[in-house]
Design a protein around this ligand. Structure first.
Ligand code: UDP
Length: 412
């Protein structure tokens, strides 16, 4: 057996009537009806960090409430395997990497041993990302495939490194369907069926649920942030694609016009990610000892509730990415009725309609202009924040995403 991830949070579909609306909940129940009693398995390579770990607990809990038998199982990796799959991840998003037959072997050996432990007959299997992708090929080879298989590709597959894709594509084409975040990310060819289903946020999770003003203030005070002065926040890994240095530059530029603003950069640090430590240090140097720039990480105990408080307390939420798959932080900020300024890239474009439910920016200067304009215009902030929340309510809540998955399963 593969390891099963326990899903501690209870979620009832009816709890979503208020945030998502009756119609959305009804559509979910209709989609779930024909699937009652069927068995769904999600397979991923990690239960911690990243979008998949953020999304699946809610999905699993809701499916259980809908009378669908669901489990989330983890494949077992190894350091060598994850080194290969991290390179694969980059290569499939278009980077050039050194690719060798020995890497294919490392990948296949590990996936085969996981496939051998996959003993559960299921009606539907969702496989997330490239790490467990080839499991289906082994099961087919051994005559042990049951049910319909869906590959959920969370990355931008539009321009993969050809040599790496020629290896992975063979495994992908066996799937009954592939799901992408947006049209632009689809690699043409090979697919029996394609669905475009953007990710979502859970309005009832500790990161997004309503917090009283007193709790928000307490948390800000605990981190030495002044709740009475304007606050600009970016929550993201310390990664060059998230452009933390560009965020500091934009803040500094706009500070010439709005001097009392503060900036928070929150990022979680994994002990096995030396790159992140390097970029964290760079950001620390870049702030030039400005006491109004707060750089915080999980090492200071910044968990989901603190992130929630920072986003809620922010006058503006930023996500100045240069490249981005989806960017859950944007939906998180929008749901909290914050005006969000985001890089004009990938899934950020899907979420924000520029000028209405937020701003999309192409440069540091552009970003600084938007920061200053929003900080100086309370009405604009209110109108934009309101439009942002409604946009998330309509398109980016977990109920909608789950419904679209179930509708796909019904078609299959
Ligand atoms: N996040 C967090 N603490 C941090 C950094 C990120 O809780 O210090 C969360 C963030 O709120 C979001 C997720 O991690 O829910 C990151 O997802 P996103 O799609 O924005 O970016 P990714 O890291 O997947 O590229």
């Amino acid at each position: 057996m593969l390891r099963t991830v326990p899903v501690p949070d209870q979620r009832l579909v009816d709890d979503y009537l208020e945030p998502a609306g009756e119609e959305a909940v009804e559509r979910l129940r209709t989609a779930a009806e024909p699937l009652k009693g069927s068995r769904i398995i999600h397979v991923s390579s990690t239960s911690f960090g990243g979008g998949v770990a953020e999304l699946l607990p809610t999905q699993v809990a809701l499916l259980q409430d809908l009378g669908i038998d669901v489990s989330w199982q983890l494949m077992d990796g190894s350091e060598e395997f994850f080194t290969v799959t991290k390179l694969v991840h980059n290569a499939l998003q278009g980077a050039g990497i050194p690719w060798a037959e020995s890497m294919e072997q490392t990948y296949l050996d590990r996936v085969a041993s996981n496939a051998a432990r996959f003993e559960d007959p299921a009606d539907f299997v969702f496989v997330h990302d490239p790490q467990p992708l080839a499991m289906l090929s082994f099961l087919e080879e051994w005559g042990r495939r049951t049910g319909k298989w869906v590959w959920r590709c969370h990355i931008d597959l539009s321009h993969p490194m050809e040599q790496v894709w020629s290896f992975f594509g063979i495994h992908a084409e066996r799937y009954d369907a592939a799901v992408f975040t947006m049209e632009d990310f689809i690699r043409p060819g090979v697919w029996k069926r394609i669905a475009v289903i953007p990710p979502s946020i859970d309005p009832l999770s500790p990161k997004n649920v309503w917090l009283e003003h007193e709790s928000v203030w307490e948390i800000l005070n605990a981190y030495g942030i002044d709740p009475q002065r304007p606050l600009v926040t970016q929550v993201s890994r310390f990664d060059p694609w998230k452009d933390p240095l560009g965020v500091i530059d934009a803040y500094q530029l706009s500070k010439e016009r709005v001097p009392d603003q503060q900036l928070i950069l929150v990022g979680s640090m994994a002990h096995d990610d030396p790159e992140a430590w390097h970029y964290l240090e760079q950001a620390q140097e870049h702030r030039r000892e400005d006491p109004d720039v707060h750089i915080l990480t999980n090492l200071q105990d910044v968990g989901p509730v603190a992130v929630n408080a920072f986003q809620r307390a922010s006058t503006i939420v930023l996500q100045k990415s240069i490249r981005e798959g989806f960017g859950l932080t944007v939906a998180e900020g929008m749901w909290k009725e914050r005006p969000v300024i985001a890089g004009n890239a990938g899934g950020l474009r899907l979420q924000i309609e520029d000028g209405t439910s937020g701003f999309l920016v192409d440069s540091v200067e552009d970003c600084a202009d938007r920061i200053a304009a929003l900080l100086l215009d309370r009405d604009l902030r209110a109108t934009m924040g309101h439009a942002a929340r409604e946009r998330v309510r309509e398109r980016f809540l977990s109920i909608r995403e789950l419904t679209e998955y179930l509708e796909l399963l019904n078609e299959l």
